[in-house]
Design a protein around this ligand. Structure first.
Ligand SMILES: NC(=O)c1ccc[n+]([C@@H]2O[C@H](COP(=O)([O-])OP(=O)(O)OC[C@H]3O[C@@H](n4cnc5c(N)ncnc54)[C@H](OP(=O)(O)O)[C@@H]3O)[C@@H](O)[C@H]2O)c1
Length: 228
């Protein structure tokens, strides 16, 4: 199995790399040139193409022959970084490759997610201040995922809850819509977000789904549902 990780040097990217190498997968990746050093511990076990993740040529090289592409969609800057990254992956991945993208709960595929006031306020404030300071553009992540939802590829958009560091608690649970009671804790270990991304490669039931995930350990003992 060959897996390309677009945005490999971030926290999520590095965890995904560890999970992939533990499974014996061949790993390639793209990250900004100034971030290559963060991957030193992986040595020659991975192949890195240094470039911005919306660089079409670098993405084309990294995804060549890949069975799966794991893409970190980040809203940084105001130059369509997330949608440029999604476009590069959708354009250059081989037909039939599993394409798995990360984002947050704020992305809604069908408008049927139910958000609490805290999350609505946070997204509105982050969106406003991000645009004002030209630091981030949340609407670009929305454009990126709209492009993915409309594509006829084998995509999955994994929507992360609030994240924390710490040892693995196991594969997160998921629901189709934010507002589902199983998501109430709104917390997942970042290492397990990465685990879910990697496990999705071999889970055909998640093709063209946008699972909102949450920590398995957040459920009351004895109530673990197979709920979707
Ligand atoms: N943080 C949260 O609470 C949270 C919650 C829910 C979902 N998520 C989702 O989880 C995913 C990973 O997020 P994360 O918070 O864990 O971050 P992360 O993985 O540490 O970094 C995300 C990516 O952004 C890149 N990046 C950082 N600053 C940048 C800049 N100024 N210009 C261009 N690229 C830049 C990083 O590359 P470098 O290594 O080059 O810096 C990395 O590839 C994202 O898809 C995010 O939407 C996050």
């Amino acid at each position: 199995m060959k897996v390309a990780i677009i945005g490999i040097s971030g926290k999520l990217g590095q965890y995904m790399t560890e999970h992939c190498l533990n499974r014996g997968y061949e790993v390639t990746g793209v990250c900004r040139p100034e971030s290559v050093g963060k991957l030193a511990r992986f040595g020659d076990r991975i192949t890195v193409f240094p470039a911005r993740t919306d660089d079409e040529a670098a993405v084309a090289q990294a995804v060549a022959g890949a069975d799966a592409v794991l893409t970190v969609l980040a809203p940084w800057g105001v130059e369509d970084y997330a949608s440029g990254t999604a476009r590069a992956v959708l354009t250059h991945a081989r037909p039939g490759a599993r394409l798995i993208f990360s984002c947050g709960w704020h992305i809604s595929r069908d408008g049927r997610d139910r958000y609490g006031w805290r999350m609505r306020a946070f997204v509105a404030l982050f969106g406003f201040l991000g645009r004002l300071t030209r630091f981030a553009d949340v609407s670009d992540q929305v454009r990126a995922t709209d492009m993915i939802f409309a594509s006829d590829t084998d995509w999955t958009v994994v929507r992360g809850s609030g994240l924390e560091e710490g040892p693995s608690e196991g594969l997160p649970l998921w629901a189709r819509h934010v507002g589902d009671p199983i998501l109430a804790a709104n917390l997942t270990r970042r290492i397990d977000f990465a685990l879910f991304m990697v496990a999705t490669i071999t889970d055909p039931t998640l093709i063209r789904e946008a699972p909102a995930i949450v920590s398995r350990a957040s459920q009351p003992v004895g109530t673990l549902p197979g709920l979707r």
